[in-house]
Design a protein around this ligand. Sequence first.
Ligand code: KIV
Length: 264
Amino acid sequence: MRILPPDLLKKKALKEKITVVTAYDYPFAKIVEESGIEVILVGDSLGMVVQGLDNTLPVTMDDMVYHLKMVTRATSKAMVIGDMPYMSYQTSTEDCLRNAGRFLKEGLANAVKLEGGSEVVGLVRALTRAEVPVMAHIGLTPQSIYRMGGYKVQGRSEDAANRLIQEAKMLEDAGAFALVLEAIPSDLAGRITSELSIPTIGIGAGNCCDGQVLVLHDVLGLFDRFLPKFCKRYVDMKSIALSALKEYKKEVESELFPSKEHSF
Ligand code: KIV
């Protein structure tokens, strides 16, 4: 049985932590599912870690649907959330509904995620009315990097913190089933977590959140352009892959590969 929004609400009520990680293709989604991680986010971070872009803004709906299809094909238990790319929902409620519909109908996603606070409350309400489960995302929202002036911690002043608390409540009232809190002080994330009945999923928001999310390529050491302070690299897969490929090249050059064992 697939994990769905009510299961995450239950986990919050039972004080069981929720683990979320991104994945973008079939082989990695299969590994994530086998790990028992409950939720896979097909994040627009794929623009940076898969497509080699400088930020997430150029990612398109077609890119997202393409990757969603691979991830949903690979999984039967983990909940799969599609991340709505820049300008797929900001333009109008109709665009937002149509594009979210593509995620569910073509990508077979179980839910969508979108970034923003009070300005997206109406969209969250419209999606919820259309039976599209929505994960909201406040704090550092990477689609706002030009306005924010870069990847900066949010909610440090009292005013900014109060605004985030209000927005979190508005998003819950509008029907969001979970809320990502990115790059905000731990105390503030703890306050938001205790004031909401939906789970908060933190990234750079301390350990008081109901769950955590990380980008797969950061966790596995497959993205080395930079590593934000809040990410933890659990394995250096780039080094492992590099030494395997160097060994393969050496064996081809020295005619050790293919051996009899690998020949007909
Ligand atoms: O795009 C993404 O991967 C995200 C997560 C880091 C929350 O939005």
